[in-house]
Design a protein around this ligand. Structure first.
Ligand code: SAH
Length: 406
């Protein structure tokens, strides 16, 4: 068994069970890509079993902190089994479920989503790459499914020295599937879509948006960074489900959705139709959100609800300052375009921006826009995207529901 010896004092994060070893902490040793090594302190004390990534700044990722644990097929099956059974603790209102969420499930670099009767996996580290076939076999055995599609084409694979790989790993068939989420349907393509095809992490936040639309008597809704229109469909469904008011019939409402991805917008349009909404209820704009918001402001357009769900602007804390400016700018325009009484659903999926900082950014944005507002909900990722206690980076998705008072 090869070892990876740390420099003096560099064992602290591992003693707190954080699963990463950075290259700067390593004194000597290592192994082949993905090989399991014994990670030990400068004094030779056992710290963990981990997989080596020889070319990455994250030089090793921990499989286990238990010295008696053997890293073998049995280990992967047991760990995957625990992850999969944890998803049954909750009533997840969808047939799209994240079964494995990387570090937080004890499997650094592995993401597995289930879409109906198909699994989609991302193997993002040398360790998961090395154990790919073992993991694939265990996943099929544990779920009873026969189809597993691989989407190992994320850019982080390059940092690991791994090529991009996509295609069927087990079985074959169509790569499109229609998810039944809450009360609506959303089609996706696991071969072509972003990540594994869909943003499951926003599932419960789409439900919150639906509820607000049901009660809010909204007429004009704006969904920025709409991807395939998940929040758009939720809003339309909410407006359709409005109870008739004493002073008039339910509003039909209109949703404007913006994204810079043509294929995503096409899918969004199809998703609205799939749920029985008429073309005149939606507008789909292939545009840059920042430009559109300014243009809407010039045109005097205003909205009753706005979603801001930009891509990750700060992957790590090092990018936080520049990203903070971008988030503030975006939210400032959001507030300016909101009618008094309107609701802003604003998100950050940046690991480098914490909950407190995000709230400060949104508060500054409101101040600069000259509006008074209050927070009604603090949102996060759905429960199938857990956050490992020793791994705060896992809490990447945070959201605020903010009502413009005046
Ligand atoms: N809210 C979506 C997920 C959004 S992911 C959902 O619930 O499914 C972020 C989206 O922002 C991606 O679809 C990406 O294509 C889009 N995007 C990135 N930069 C953009 C920009 N400058 N203007 C418009 N869209 C952008």
């Amino acid at each position: 068994m090869k070892t990876l010896k740390l420099k003096p004092g560099k064992e602290k994060s591992l003693l707190r069970r954080h699963p990463w070893v950075f290259d700067g902490a390593v004194a000597k040793g290592g192994g082949d890509p993905g090989e399991t090594v014994r990670i030990e302190s400068a004094e030779g004390q056992f710290l963990a079993w981990g997989a080596v990534s020889p070319t990455s700044k994250i030089r090793a990722r921990v499989w286990s902190f238990d010295e008696s644990q053997r890293i073998d097929a049995h280990f992967f099956k047991a760990t995957l089994s625990l992850a999969i059974s944890a998803r049954t603790f909750f009533d997840i209102k969808s047939n799209g479920v994240r079964l494995v969420h990387g570090e937080s499930d004890g499997l650094p670099g592995l993401v597995v989503d289930r879409y109906g009767d198909t699994l989609v996996a991302q193997f993002l580290s040398c360790g998961t790459e090395r154990w790919k076939q073992t993991i694939a076999d265990a996943l099929l055995a544990l779920t009873g499914l026969s189809r597993l599609y691989e989407r190992s084409d994320a850019s982080v694979r390059e940092l690991e020295g791994l090529p991009r790989v996509t295609g069927w790993l087990r079985g074959e068939g169509p790569t499109t599937v229609v998810l039944q989420e809450h009360g609506w349907q959303l089609a996706l393509d696991m071969a072509e879509g972003h990540k594994t095809g869909f943003y499951l992490d926003q599932r419960d936040n789409r439900q919150a948006f639906f509820e607000a639309a049901r009660h809010g008597r909204w007429q004009q809704v704006l969904n920025c960074f709409c991807y395939t229109g998940g929040f758009t469909v939720a809003a339309l469904a909410g407006m359709r489900a409005q109870a008739p008011h004493a002073d008039g019939p339910a509003e039909q409402g209109h949703v404007t959705s913006i994204d810079s991805s043509g294929p995503a917008l096409e899918q969004g349009r199809a998703n609205a139709a799939l749920n029985g909404f008429e073309a005149h209820q939606t507008t789909w704009l292939d545009a840059d959100v920042n430009t559109s918001l300014r243009q809407f402001h010039r045109e005097g357009r205003r909205f009753d609800a706005i979603v801001l769900d930009p891509p990750k602007l700060a992957p790590t804390a090092a990018h936080a300052e520049r990203a903070a400016r971008a988030y503030k700018d975006l939210n400032r325009w959001g507030f300016k375009l909101l009618n008094p009484g309107g609701m802003l659903f604003t998100y950050s999926c940046s690991g480098g921006i914490g909950v407190e900082l995000f709230q400060k950014i949104v508060a500054s944005a409101a101040l600069e826009a000259g509006v008074d507002a209050f927070i009604t909900h603090r949102l996060g990722g759905a429960p199938d995207h857990p956050v490992g206690l020793p791994f705060p980076e896992g809490e990447y998705l945070k959201g605020l529901v903010v009502v413009r008072r005046c």
